[in-house]
Design a protein around this ligand. Structure first.
Ligand code: ATP
Length: 235
């Protein structure tokens, strides 16, 4: 990995790009496009966690604390950018981790599972023996002891179709998505409009402190985020 100069004003952003390129064997090329879209929305947030996102993080903390069988679903971008942060959240919350991919190949699942192993997590995903109903082909595959039987699923950077399918299965779905207008953001029960590596440590801290928020309205939260972005643009 070519490390960007530490004094570069956009060091974190450049480092994230390097991490994705470094893991490019296991990150789908389409994931690089999705990352760029996320970066654009992060500019509108001022690259910081806004107050509505903080409420969503607290609501997600409550959902994870109350869950009987929580699962964190990870794809190539999530593992490349935030394997350690996911591992910490998994350890603190007791949530299992499942490698679950839109662009699924056995090689990518195995490679990402290995990357999670390096940070101490035995991720599910290789032996996918279950299906998410309503989805076609490879992208439907999941594990019966993971997503298949989960009551709460955290799916960062998810595709809208799969998010909707998880909601239809009766799961409580938490997502992390910088685009408040995406179908995923609009469909999930709790949408954290924040950058992945910025919000995961906060979420872990809140779960650890048992700090949550039970009364939460996702539609209102998304409206608040959009108003926040609009105010930033107009000022
Ligand atoms: P949808 O199907 O939900 O309408 P989409 O087609 O954009 O949206 P994907 O291509 O799977 O779905 O995109 C994943 C989402 O993740 C994008 O909305 C993007 O803004 C967001 N995203 C990308 N990188 C990050 C990141 N580091 N942190 C948070 N969100 C991110």
């Amino acid at each position: 990995m070519v490390l960007p100069p530490k004094d570069h004003p956009r060091y974190k952003s450049l480092l994230a790009r390097e991490k994705l390129v470094d893991a490019s064997e296991f990150v789908a090329k389409q994931g690089l496009i999705a990352h760029g879209r996320g970066e654009a929305f992060d500019y509108l947030l001022g690259e910081q966690t806004c107050l509505p996102a903080l409420s969503a993080i607290k609501a997600a903390s409550s959902a994870l604390i109350e869950a009987k069988n929580p699962v964190i679903s990870v794809n190539g971008n999530v593992v490349a950018l935030a394997a350690r942060e996911v591992a910490r959240l998994s350890e603190i919350s007791g949530a299992k981790v499942e490698v679950n991919l839109f662009h699924r190949t056995p090689e990518r699942v195995a490679g990402l599972t290995k990357m999670m192993k390096k940070v101490g997590i035995d991720a599910l995903g290789v032996n996918a023996d279950d299906k998410i109903p309503g989805l076609s082909s490879e992208r439907a595959k999941c594990c019966s002891d993971g997503i298949g039987s989960a009551d709460v699923v955290l799916v960062p950077l998810e595709d809208g179709d799969r998010c909707e399918a998880l909601v239809k299965m009766g799961k409580k779905v938490i997502t992390i998505d910088l685009n408040p207008l995406s179908r995923t953001a609009q469909t999930a029960h709790i949408t954290i409009v924040d950058e992945l590596t910025r919000c995961l440590p906060l979420l872990s801290d809140f779960v650890k402190e048992k700090n949550g928020l039970d009364s939460f309205n996702n539609k209102q939260c998304l409206t608040d985020v959009l108003n926040y972005m609009a105010e930033r643009i107009s000022s």
